[in-house]
Ligand binder design. Sequence first.
Ligand SMILES: [Ca+2]
Length: 444
Amino acid sequence: MQRIMVCVYSLLAMVLLYSDSVDVDASGLLEKAPVSDTCPQVRMKPAGQCKDEEECPYQITLPPLTIQLPKQFRMLEKTMKELQNLKETVRQLRSICLECREQADMGLHKDSTETSDKGRGDVHTRGPGNDSSGIAIRDIQVKMSRMATSLKNARGQINTMQGRLDELSHQSLGKMEAMVISKVENITSVISRLNNTCSSQCPVLASPAHIRVPSDCSDYQVMGQRKNGVYQITPDPKNGTFQVFCDMESYGGGWTMVQQRINGSLNFNRSWTDYKKGFGDVHGEFWLGNDRIHLLTKTRDMVLRIELEDFDGVREYAKYDMFYVANEFLKYRLSVSGYSGTAGDALHFSKSFNHDQKFFTTPDKDNDMYPSGNCGNYYGSGWWFDACMSANLNGKYYHKKYKGKRDGIFWSTWHNMTSEYYPTNYRQAFKTVKMMIRPKNYAP
Ligand SMILES: [Ca+2]
């Protein structure tokens, strides 16, 4: 741009300088104009006839103008446009706001004068736009007004409460202190009086009864239960609770049944696992299970009572003051002693046939003292076999006397056993068998 201006000015200066010496033809047209070498694109020539020498129309031809602008200029332009748009938006918003304020003022005025139904109808029929904005602003203003009122009220209440609190704290502390001192004095006096009385007259109070879950049937008996039936017991809380049949009526009651045979409905020729876990129905025939018998007998010193009845109606019993069954690791070893009763001590029949301190054997697990075979398998029973037995209360249930292998329920000291074999060759059968236990120190 500067360059072009320089050219134009220098051209004009030359025109002035050379005007006196310029040859002008008759037509008045300038033949050739002196041109600066530095401005090749610039042309100046007469345009039309001169009226006189002083007044000649000239024409200057300038080169096309190209201006290189900085890169940021485009951005500047855009920014300017955006600014313009923003300015326009602001103007519009300002105008809308002014309208809104006017409408809000009008609306507030309407609210106080018009019915609510009409106002509600207006809201529903109005479309979006300035009207809805006005309503929203009006609602906000109403809410703000209400909140301001609430705040004012709350502040008032707080002030009132603060005042009362100050009053109370000032006035009541003294009274409270006096009251507490008075109460403490009263209590001290009462305690002192009681101490004086008790030291001479009051009996020593028994410690409160220890409340515990029943660990066997005798606990239920102590608690006043007097009926035979199934009860939940927990000999060892770590090993859970299970159901047992309790004989609460016979021989002082409180008996936990561990085995019962009454009709032969249950097969006792079973595996180690069956005897371990127990089988049958506690209401009828069953084996309580070696694990449970162990838990019961380890928790308390137990007495064992065996009840037997044959098909002739003969009833006898054997009682042992000590009965303990070890755990599975010790193969449920039997500890039994202290016999009394009428059925005879078949568990300690002789040195050769003695069930005390014998391991439990089942048809599938030979822990017996018989080296040549499995007594449990031979007699079809799980029992504390020696080599093999003078008693087996888990033998086969025969409904009458039987012949052959003595694999039935067996009690070697039964009253007629010496005449069992000769001359009839029949073996004794038992109608009912019961094994039950109760704590040794239990007093019915
Ligand atoms: Ca054996």
